[in-house]
Write a protein that binds this ligand. Structure first.
Ligand code: TLP
Length: 345
């Protein structure tokens, strides 16, 4: 049976060039700082993001955790969006492992948090309050339709944070999607932030890995925190080799995923029984609603025909386009969605 897996861009399989790079990679013990391939990846990541240094970690979740643990001590407060991944989907790690107090404030539909709302959330010095230490942004914003945050917005948040002595961490799991969608250099999106985590294992199709980038002293401390959470990896050049291929060859093709997402959204807009705002598609993530009928039955029917996607609300579903999804796959997915919705009319 044909499978069109639109659950996430995390399901991408490494292209042949990555498998070959893995086979040829020069290796060493990275905890001793002796893996040349990891070092090459970290240097390239720092250069691309306009930072002094970088650190390979196992996942986006670990990248955000290590970065936030490096910025904050126990009892410190992080201001973040109520729809952001770190608040919703990282198992409460910053609180559980770092005693860090999350202060969620409402995200706008485009993934931003208005500056006034951030400003109002920053605590004055007072023994009753936790210390506001950090602001987290997410670019692109997963729950907000993969919307990209602009360089100007990121800069404005950083200025506000720095005026109050706070730092900014950017969850840039899909920062390259943002750069491609906005037609800007990735460093325009990353230099205002004090630290950034980006993922190699989403749209860039590497099998494992994320990278934290920041100032040299910050990254040295993050290296210690990574060891503390068990993230020191040994011959990690196997992973880094794929990351190098990802950064060197996989970024421009993200535009195809964005185009496929647009086509999917336009097609869904024409299916009776489904509701979508197609103009909200900016990158590779979209959401739609089933207007009537049993969502469980709809989901089951699509899955039975090999079209996979996540249910993210009572009547809401998410689709994510990525490497390996072709134009004919989009046509097939649309045909199956129409069939599934038609059964419920
Ligand atoms: N997101 C996954 C799921 O966890 C929801 C997905 O399928 O979209 N930041 C952002 C913005 C993310 O979307 C994700 C993964 C992460 C961090 C965590 O990355 P990993 O899965 O590598 O820990």
């Amino acid at each position: 049976m044909r499978t069109v897996d639109l659950r996430s861009d995390t399901v991408t399989l490494p292209p042949p060039a990555m498998r070959e790079a893995m086979r040829r990679a020069s290796l060493g013990d990275d905890v001793y700082g002796e893996d040349p391939t990891v070092r090459a990846l970290e240097e390239l990541a720092a250069e691309i993001t306009g930072k002094e240094a970088a650190l390979l970690v196992a996942s986006g979740t670990m990248g955000n955790l290590v970065a936030i643990l490096t910025h904050c001590g126990r009892g410190d407060e992080v201001i973040l969006g109520d729809q952001c991944h770190t608040f919703l989907y990282e198992a409460g790690g910053i609180a559980a492992l770092g005693g860090i107090h999350p202060h969620p404030i409402r995200n706008e539909p485009d993934g931003t948090i208005p500056l006034e709302r951030i400003g109002a959330a920053i605590r004055p010095g007072n023994v009753h309050f936790p210390r506001s230490r950090l602001i987290c942004l997410e670019n692109t914003h997963n729950r907000c339709w993969g919307s990209p945050l602009s360089p100007e917005y990121t800069q404005a948040v950083a200025e506000l944070a720095h005026q109050h002595g706070l730092a900014v961490h950017l969850d840039g799991a899909r920062i390259f999607n943002a750069a491609v969608a906005l037609g800007v250099e990735v460093r325009e999106l990353t230099t205002p932030a004090d630290s950034v985590t980006f993922c190699l294992s989403k749209g860039l199709a590497a099998p494992v890995g994320s990278v934290i980038c920041g100032e040299r002293g910050f990254i040295e401390e993050a290296r210690r925190v990574r060891k503390m959470v068990g993230g020191g990896m040994r011959q990690a050049g196997i992973i880094a080799a794929c990351g190098l291929v990802a950064l060197r060859t996989m970024i421009p093709r993200l535009a195809e995923d964005h185009e496929n997402a647009r086509l999917l959204a336009q097609g869904i807009a024409d299916i009776e029984g489904l509701e979508i705002e197609p103009d909200r598609v900016r990158t590779n993530i979209l959401y739609f609603d089933l207007v009537r009928g049993d969502p469980e039955a709809f989901h089951y029917w699509a899955r039975a025909k090999g079209v996979l996607f996540h249910r993210t609300g009572p009547r809401r579903f998410r689709l994510v386009t990525h490497y390996g999804i072709t134009r004919p796959d989009i046509d097939y997915a649309l045909a199956i969605l129409a069939e599934a919705a038609g059964k419920l009319l």
